[in-house]
Design a protein around this ligand. Structure first.
Ligand SMILES: [Zn+2]
Length: 201
């Protein structure tokens, strides 16, 4: 399973910090709840495109000796299964969907001037589909703004609370993804449960 590594510095600082397996070693297993520290189990590599980075990052992995399962510590500026970091996608979606920029101008705002337009359209489609779930879920953290539709409501809430803060809440508490899980990766058997007060909003 993946858990999030709360990390606010640069990607270079992240790379240095995770070299030490003790630094963020989980004190218990999040899968079987065994109360003993997990064992360092190397890294896996993944690609990441962020505002000032385009390359491969290492993701620290730990092993639980009791249930024999691994836990990886995904840095919270990255999204599971997507190569592009949260900051890039956020700048693109806000420019395109809130400020109504053209696809090309939105890509430029996200620092991706050479990006194929299909990629941006893919993000937009995923976000539009996920917007009702996001609007309801994030109402637990922030008062929903008056907005014409779910898409602008979700975007305004994400902008006000911060995308990474929202991602941390959605992922850790609800196993929800900012852009929705592809069907093959949807966490099996997990349903998003929302506080009762949210249903009327
Ligand atoms: Zn375990």
């Amino acid at each position: 399973m993946q858990i999030l590594h709360p990390f606010a510095g640069s990607i270079t600082q992240y790379a240095e910090e995770i070299s030490d397996p003790d630094r963020y070693r989980p004190g218990h297993c999040p899968q079987c709840e065994a109360k003993q520290p997990l064992t360092g189990h190397g890294f896996y590599c993944r690609t990441l495109v962020d505002l000032a980075f385009d390359g491969v990052i290492r993701v620290r992995r730990y092993l639980c000796r009791i249930c024999k399962r691994t836990v990886s510590l995904l840095p919270e500026f990255a999204l599971p299964w997507l190569r592009f970091g949260i900051s890039v996608i956020a700048l693109f979606l806000v420019a395109r969907l809130l400020k109504v920029a053209t696809l090309a101008a939105a890509a430029l705002a996200a620092g991706q001037s050479a990006m194929p337009y299909q990629r941006g359209q893919f993000w937009i489609r995923r976000f539009q589909k996920q917007a009702p779930v996001l609007s309801l879920a994030l109402a637990a953290l922030a008062a929903p703004p008056a907005a014409a539709d779910f898409v602008s409501r979700a975007l305004r809430m994400l902008e006000s609370m911060g995308w990474i803060t929202a991602h941390r809440f959605l992922f850790s508490r609800l196993h929800a993804h900012l852009l929705g899980w592809p069907a093959c990766l949807a966490p099996v058997g997990r349903r998003i449960t929302l506080p009762a007060a949210c249903h009327s909003s």
